[in-house]
Design a protein around this ligand. Structure first.
Ligand code: NAP
Length: 388
């Protein structure tokens, strides 16, 4: 029988209880009442498995969606309980007989491509909609070796910064290579070498803009958080205060945003827009799209459904593209950019393991100054002690 460890769970019962407490008003739900510490029995280590001790994890929005059941009630759909957490840094404790890529003592990161299709794109996400998948918001985990990559400890990033990236960096990397590729089908680098690239608030967008900036493009970050804008300004990415446009609550706000973008881009508008939020942000992103522009998204935080005028987008030759998580090869490519391109902004508090539910409620309340990181292991291996 496998070892039993502490791990966080989201149960359909907890979601229902919290829903009832707030009279069905999702806006009033407290995520910290839904995510709870539980016990998890680890499976035996098979020949291709790796047993790891989790060192640190990042707070990811899919957990917020799971706790609120605002898009799909994933805990219920998966039989009443999920063990969430699909972004982690760990230390290898033991490997199965056929594992050659890792050995005890290695520090590793996870990816969450739970079920690659024939071209490598995820059909399912690990610890979310992949059946039977057990996540990594726990003290220890047993995973297939195919789910791990070596942690780039020489990237110049701290352990906490490395922990911020396993989910968000591959997402941003995939979106960037797709959006740029689509734009370049329409307009060559000879015709227009330098693009204007816009991202709306959020960790994935920040990383997307770092990729654009690293390749010499003009990058703009439209966020409501002065801390997050300041961090990106230091990398040469121009901040736009989203709250100055009332988060696009009305047509007039979108109109004012459009005028502002025209001014700061010398009437060039935005060639590529990264929008992980949808809702009112979608209209604002489309309004500032340049001719031949690309609007790309793999998120639906504010709304799952959008509408647009197909005639206008056709005449403007605008492409609206949808992505999900990266291929496993793409995850490895994204990992090679840690520290060189990806310099994530992390929240000023590193949360203790016991405070993980509070980290999620604060993420939900949108009060954090960067990506939230939770330290899971009290004692860290010598190889990362200098990285904290
Ligand atoms: N498909 C995938 O593989 C994938 C991967 C990663 C993420 N996602 C999804 O993408 C979305 C964003 O993820 P993330 O990790 O980038 O986000 P994040 O780092 O958690 O940040 C979310 C951002 O949303 C902005 N925001 C919150 N409430 C808002 C509102 N009412 N109006 C406008 N902006 C608001 C905030 O920006 P400001 O306050 O600074 O403006 C906040 O920084 C989530 O829904 C997540 O599930 C999907």
């Amino acid at each position: 029988m496998g070892k039993t460890v502490r791990a966080y769970a989201i149960t359909a019962d907890a979601v229902a209880r919290e829903r009832e407490r707030v009279g069905g008003d999702v806006e009033k739900m407290d995520v910290a009442n839904v995510i709870a510490l539980d016990k998890l029995e680890l499976r035996d280590v098979g020949p291709n498995d790796v047993h790891m001790r989790v060192l640190a994890v990042s707070g990811e929005h899919n957990v917020d969606h799971a706790a609120l059941a605002d898009t799909v009630n994933i805990a219920e759909a998966r039989g009443g309980r999920i063990y969430p957490g699909n972004s982690a840094v760990g230390e290898v404790v033991e490997v199965g007989a056929d594992v050659t890529r890792f050995k005890a003592g290695d520090v590793v990161i996870t990816h969450c491509n739970g079920d690659p299709d024939q071209f490598g794109y995820p059909l399912r996400i690990w610890a979310y909609d992949k059946p039977e998948s057990v996540g990594w918001y726990g003290e220890e985990a047993v995973v297939g070796d195919w789910q791990l990559l070596p942690a780039p400890l020489d990237s110049g990033l701290t352990l906490w910064e490395i922990a911020a990236l396993p989910l968000r960096a591959p997402t941003a990397y995939h979106m960037w290579r797709r959006a740029l590729g689509i734009f370049r089908v329409k307009v060559s680098a000879e015709q227009l070498p330098t693009l204007n690239v816009l991202g709306f608030g959020g960790g994935v967008s920040e990383l997307f803009l770092m990729l654009a900036k690293a390749e010499g493009h003009n990058a703009f970050f439209c966020s409501g958080s002065p801390d997050r804008r300041d961090a990106l300004e230091k990398l040469g990415i121009t901040g736009i205060d989203q709250k100055a446009f009332n988060r696009f609550a009305s047509r007039e706000d979108v109109g004012a945003f459009r005028k502002h973008v025209r001014e700061i881009t010398n009437a060039g508008d935005m060639h590529i827009v990264c929008d992980m939020l949808r809702g009112p942000v979608f209209d604002a992103g489309l309004a500032v799209a340049a001719r031949e522009g690309v609007n790309i998204s793999s998120g639906w935080q504010l709304s799952q459904v959008v509408t647009y005028n197909t005639t206008i987008q056709s005449v403007k030759q605008v492409t609206i593209d949808h992505t999900h998580y990266e291929t496993i090869e793409g995850c490895a490519e994204a990992t090679a950019l840690y520290g060189k391109v990806f310099k994530p902004t992390i929240h000023k508090e590193i949360y203790a393991f016991e405070d993980l539910p509070r980290a999620f409620e604060e993420m939900h309340q949108n009060t954090q100054t960067g990506i939230p990181i939770v330290r899971v292991a009290a004692d860290l291996p010598a190889s990362v002690k200098d990285l904290t």
